[in-house]
Write a protein that binds this ligand. Structure first.
Ligand code: PEP
Length: 253
């Protein structure tokens, strides 16, 4: 049994109509055995949040959003607020995903505002951090992760930090089919835990879930989940099919 409860999160990105999303959730609930030691979170596109919320019948399956703004309301065309996510029953929001940072230009400061806004509405942020390939190649991995973590959690108190989930997602492994080797992921996860201990305390560092994301597939899930500091996964491509996602959630250690 892992030290912390496992969270396997599905990030569907810009995939699935409402009907496809609901069919997936119904199918998943029929096929997935209930396990005390693990929970699932599904982050569909905004358009399917309400329908997925209504389709969820199990208390081990949670709902999340893929992003949000930091304000509750206002003249921000195209944006969705944490209040709106709370209103439709989201329990989680993925914040600072590398696609948000690198395609849509989100800065550490924006990520930090979002983390605080989401916490303020009682949701749990999944704060994504991770280095680009060129940063890894010049030995910058720990500096980048450290900066993103410190900036992302700036002003987040000890009590609220308890509700934060961290996802280490090396950018070079997202959607590329190139997975970090388990020892490479473990090394960064242990580093993140050390930083949480510095920023807060040992108690918090040992309770916060740190997920790995980046080309997780049925054939690499077991070895990743065997690492002591990998408490779960953020899964993109392989979360789109029930077969592969079920296999991932049913990882064996
Ligand atoms: C992601 O989008 O967070 C992700 C890890 O994607 P993939 O699993 O497709 O690499």
């Amino acid at each position: 049994m892992k030290a912390r409860k496992t969270l396997i999160a599905a990030n569907w990105k810009m995939h699935k109509t409402v009907e496809e999303a609901v069919t997936f959730v119904k199918d998943l609930q029929e096929r997935l055995p209930f396990r005390e030691d693990r929970n699932v979170m599904i982050a569909p596109p905004f358009t399917a949040l309400i329908a997925v919320r209504s389709a969820i019948r199990r208390n081990d399956i949670w709902l999340g959003a893929q992003n949000c703004h930091w304000e509750d309301k206002g003249p921000f065309t195209g944006e969705v607020s944490p209040l709106m996510l709370y209103d439709v029953g989201c329990q989680f929001a993925i914040i600072g995903h590398s696609e948000r940072r690198h395609i849509f230009g989100e800065t550490d400061e924006m990520v930090n505002r979002k983390v605080k806004a989401v916490l303020g509405k009682g949701l749990r942020p999944i704060l994504c951090v991770g280095e680009k390939l060129e940063e890894r190649e010049v030995g910058e991995t720990f500096n980048v992760v450290s900066r993103q973590l410190k900036e992302g959690l700036k002003g987040v108190g000890r009590k609220e930090a308890d509700r934060v989930v961290i996802a280490y997602e090396p950018v070079w492994a997202i959607g590329t089919g190139r997975t970090a080797k388990p020892y490479q992921a473990q090394e960064v996860h242990a580093f993140i835990r050390g930083m949480l201990s510095e920023l807060y305390d040992n108690g918090l560092a040992s309770s916060v879930q740190v997920l790995y994301g980046g080309s997780v597939k049925p054939d690499n899930v077991d070895e990743l989940m065997a690492e002591p500091d990998i408490d779960g996964l953020l899964v993109g491509g392989a979360s789109l099919e029930v077969d592969s996602f079920c296999r991932i959630v049913s990882y064996r250690v």
